[in-house]
Every structure is written in structure tokens, then in C-alpha cells.
Ligand binder design. Sequence first.
Ligand SMILES: Nc1ncnc2c1ncn2[C@@H]1O[C@H](COP(=O)(O)OP(=O)(O)OP(=O)(O)O)[C@@H](O)[C@H]1O
Ligand SMILES: [Mg+2]
Length: 469
Amino acid sequence: MSVRWKLVSTYLLLLIISQIIINIFISETLLNLYLQERKGEILTKANIVSNSIKFYLPENKLIVLDDFLRSIIKDYSQEIDSRILVVDNRYRVRTDSFEEFTGRTLKHTEIQKALQGTSNASVHNYEGIGHVMYVAVPITLNEEIKGVTLISSSLNTIYSKVEDIKSSLRLIGILTTFIIGIISYFVADFLSKPLEKFTQAIKEMAQGKLGKKVRITTNDEFKQLGSAFNIMSTKLDQVDKQRKDFVANVSHELRTPLSSIKLLSESLIHQNEDDISVYKDFLKNIDSEIDRLNNIIDDLLTLVDLDKAKLNLEYKTTYINYLLENIISNLMPLADKKDIDLKLIEKEKIQIKIDQNKIQQAIINIIHNAIKYTPEGGKVEVTLYTKNRYTIIKVKDNGIGIPKESLPNIFERFYRVDKARSRNTGGTGLGLSIAYQIVTLHQGAIEVESEVGKGSTFYIKIPNDIDLS
Ligand SMILES: Nc1ncnc2c1ncn2[C@@H]1O[C@H](COP(=O)(O)OP(=O)(O)OP(=O)(O)O)[C@@H](O)[C@H]1O
Ligand SMILES: [Mg+2]
């Protein structure tokens, strides 16, 4: 059953139940009210009759009614549209306004009760006659009960009046149920429409359209849900695109060295040369391509590791000075080879909490770049200092620089400014994204300033008090 029908049927069910309860309450209250009113009226009349008879009664005698009294009783009977009987204390009917029972003996419980001194009233329902009210009032003279005035009155008009009201209420109920049913259908439709939109969007996403958006026009929680949904689908689409790009890039990067190896080995196979140095030369090339492949795969594995081990950094309090000195002395031969002046300036001694191996890799990647992208005879200057509760490692070179439009992209995986040139220098474009990941995991940041032809400056910023919570 759809949400729409669930809402409509719940509305209607509640409405019908409340109407039934209200209808019962109203009709019962009305009936009681009418009956009380009638009872009061008849009791008054019965008392009047009892008192009238008493007035005419000779002392210590049985009730005797003359024609005058009879005619009064008949008048009263017509007045209240009821039957009036006068019964003596031997249960004999002395007069009956309908004549029928005069002279007969009646032993109704109402009469018995009245002869014991209690005025009483009760309602009976007889088949074929309907509801009848009996009211009995004693006729007392000098504290002796001489007889009873019994009035029997049909309640059919009251009951049919209440029945009429009941059917009017039912009609009103049916009408309002119908109207509210229609209104609630539209309200439920209005409420469930967004859900249909979401379902449709999710189905399309399941079929591969990950960037699917929903448009919710209502100004409520559904709109918020819609915005959240759209953010999610945009993100999913981005992640999917990144994944596809990544796979394409990886395949491309792996294929280049592999096709070189293939080419070299094929030419080796077809070689008829006796000179062993030619073979050695080819094998050397193959070996360096294999190194290249190994490097790419190592970098990729590092990235996968960083993705996985997000929170598993092994923090250790470290003198960053020693770490830097060690890195510089390791890279010195590389700088010397290009006749680059590699210098370390330590402004202070700094001890911070870091994952040594990872931070070391990030710093190496950046200094390595500085050496790589600086022509022979250039300068690379590494400075260590603290500023605003951050430890800063500044790596400044006077190399080729990075064009402004490339600056936002250099931390992306596989991004290289000059693809052809990088091929010669052997880069894959993973070094900076690895460094970025590592520094970000340390709640730090990397910033760059660069100008083409003048050089680049990288700032590695690591917080002094890392939040380990
Ligand atoms: N100091 C720098 N001077 C000029 N360009 C730089 C410098 N550092 C990085 N770049 C540019 O940014 C690109 C991305 O750098 P990254 O370290 O990620 O890749 P790579 O050095 O090409 O390859 P890898 O580091 O994976 O061997 C480089 O290809 C280069 O074009
Ligand atoms: Mg690099």
C-alpha cells in the first residue's frame, strides 16, 4: 500500500471513529435530556392529580371518584397526551382516562412502590407499542396512603425525534468524510510526490547516472533532504570520475615503460650483433624502465596506504632538525650531480609530534622536485622555523617555476605541468599528491608561490600541537 493511501485511510479511519463517538454522545445526551424533561412534566401532573383527589376524599374512606373528578382527569390526560389511572390501595383501578381498565386490578411494580410511599418513574419498551414511561405517585391523606396516580406516557415521539437527529448527524458525517477524504487525498499526494522523485532519481543512479539531481519545490524538510541528496550525488559523480581517471592514468603510466621494455627486448631478440656492449646497453635501458615501473607502483601503493591508514599515523615526538639534516645529506649527491647549491638554514631547534617516516617522505618529495626542476648551477634553500604555532619548512628554488594556471592542479594525482619534459626527468606526477596527503593527515597544509623562470617556494606547515582526539 502506498504512503498516499496509508495517509488517506488513516485520516478517514480517525474521522469515522471520532464521528461515531460524537454522534453516540450527542444522541444519548439529547435522549436523556428529553426523558428527564418528560419525567419532570409527568411527575408534576401526577402530583397535581394526587393532590386534587386528596382534596375531594372523605376521611378514612376508600377513593371514590365522581364525574367531575373523572372529567378533570380526562382533561389532564389530554393535556399531557398520556393515560392517567387512579388505583386504590387494594390495587383496583378507580378510573382510567382511556376507560378500558376501570374496575380491574393492576399490580405493576410502580404501583407497589408508590403504595409503599415512594414516587417513582420507569421506562419500558414493549414490542408493537414502543417506549413507555410509567410514573406513579401516592395519594396520601393524614399520613395514610389511599391510592396511587399512575400515568403511562408513550415516548415514541421522543425516540423518533432523537432518531431523526441521529440520521441527520450520520448524513453530515458522511458528507464531511467525503470532503475530508478528497482533501486528504490531495494533501497526501502533495506529501508523497517528493518521495516518488527520490525513488526515480535513485533508480536512475542505480543504472549508472550517478550525478542525478532531484528538484524539490516545497519549502520543508523534503527540500533539505533534496539538497543533501544533490550534494551526495554530485560527490558520488566526482568520486566515480576520479576513479575512472585514476584507472586510465595508471594504465597509461604503466603502459609507457612496458612498451619501451617490449621494444627493447624485441630488438635484442632480432639482434645479430657480436658486440656484448650493445646487449649491455639495451639491458641497461630495460633495467631503468623496470626501475621506473617499480617507482610508479611504489608510489601508487603509498597512496593506497595513505587512503587506508587515515588515522593510523605513528606519532612520535621528533627533533625535526635531525630529520631535515638527514634528508639534506641524502639528497646532497643528487644536487652535486647538477651542481646545485643545496643549503639548510635552521632558525631554531624544533620538537614536534609526527609520523617520522611519512613526513620524511613528504619533505623528500618536495626537495627532490626543487632539485629536479632547477637547471644546473641553480640554488635550493631549505629553511626551518616556527610561526603562529606551526612548524614551517620552506623549500625555495630558483628553477623553472610553475605557470599560474597550473598551480591549482599540481597536487592532483598524475598531474604534470610539462608532460614531455617530465618524461625525461622520469616523474609520474604522484610525488606532490603523496606529500599533500601526508601533510593533510598531520592537520597541516602545503602552500606554493611560484613564478615561471624565477623559481618556486613551497611551505610545508605542520601544527606544533596536533589534535590527537
Ligand atoms: N619546484 C618545482 N618547480 C617547478 N615545477 C614543479 C616543482 N615542483 C613540482 N612542479 C611541477 O608539478 C608537477 C607535479 O609534481 P609531482 O612531484 O607531483 O610530480 P613529478 O615530480 O612530475 O613526478 P614524481 O614526483 O611522481 O616523480 C611536476 O610535474 C612539475 O611540473
Ligand atoms: Mg616530484
